[in-house]
Design a protein around this ligand. Structure first.
Ligand code: MN
Length: 190
C-alpha cells in the first residue's frame, strides 16, 4: 500500500488533512501545486498516478523559465483527495502550517494518449529517474521534466521547464493567490 507512509506520519484526530485511501478516478489525470508555510516555506508538486499523488517538495517553487533548475525532493505519496486540501495543519503535527492550492489542472505525457498508457509510462519513467509531462494548469503550462540526480541522497530531483511557447522569464511565483479561495497564503486564515 503506497499510502502507508502518508497515514503513519499523521494523526487524523488532529489534522484536517484527508485520510489516505487509494481511489482511482475516471477523469483526466491531474496535477496540483500547494504552497505550504511549514517550518520552511515550500511548494508541493503532485502528479496523479494509479490512484495516488506522486509528490515532491520544491523549496524555491516551480519556474516557467527554462534556465532555472529547481531542487525537488520526492516525498511520500499523497491521496488523490489531497488535491482540494487548503487548511491549517496544527502546531506540533507533521507539516504544521497553512496550505493553499497555488495551481491545479490536468497533465498529459508528450507521447501517450490514453490514461492507462500514460500511467504505465509514468511509472516506468519514474523508476528510470526521468519523466517528461505537459501541464495544463492556470499558472503552469507546457512541458516540464523532472530528473533524478545521481547523488548519494535518494529522492533528489530537479524540476526544469522545457523551452516551448509557454516558457517565460518573469517569476510565476509573483502570482501568489490560491486557485481555489483566491486568497494569498498570508490572507489565508481559518
Ligand atoms: Mn509540504
Amino acid at each position: 500500500m503506497t499510502l502507508d507512509k502518508y497515514n503513519q506520519k499523521r494523526n487524523f484526530n488532529f489534522t484536517e488533512e484527508p485520510k489516505g485511501e487509494n481511489v482511482k478516478s475516471k477523469n483526466d489525470l491531474i496535477f496540483i501545486v500547494q504552497k505550504h508555510a511549514a517550518s520552511h516555506l515550500h511548494y508541493d508538486f503532485r502528479l496523479e498516478m494509479n490512484g495516488v499523488l506522486k509528490s515532491w517538495a520544491i523549496p524555491k517553487g516551480p519556474s516557467m523559465n527554462p534556465n532555472d533548475k529547481r531542487l525537488a525532493i520526492m516525498v511520500e505519496d499523497h491521496p488523490l483527495s489531497y488535491k482540494d486540501f487548503e487548511g491549517t495543519i496544527p502546531e506540533g503535527h507533521y507539516g504544521a502550517g497553512n496550505v493553499i492550492v497555488w495551481d491545479n489542472g490536468t497533465y498529459t505525457l508528450p507521447e501517450e494518449q490514453s490514461k492507462a498508457a500514460t500511467e504505465n509510462k509514468l511509472k516506468t519513467d519514474l523508476e528510470k529517474g526521468h519523466i517528461r509531462f505537459i501541464l495544463n494548469g492556470k499558472k503552469l503550462k507546457g512541458e516540464f521534466s523532472l530528473v533524478k540526480l545521481k547523488t548519494k541522497k535518494e529522492n533528489t530531483w530537479l524540476l526544469i521547464k522545457k523551452k516551448d511557447t509557454f516558457a517565460i522569464e518573469s517569476d510565476i511565483l509573483e502570482e501568489n493567490k490560491s486557485v481555489i479561495s483566491n486568497l494569498t497564503l498570508e490572507e489565508f486564515e481559518k
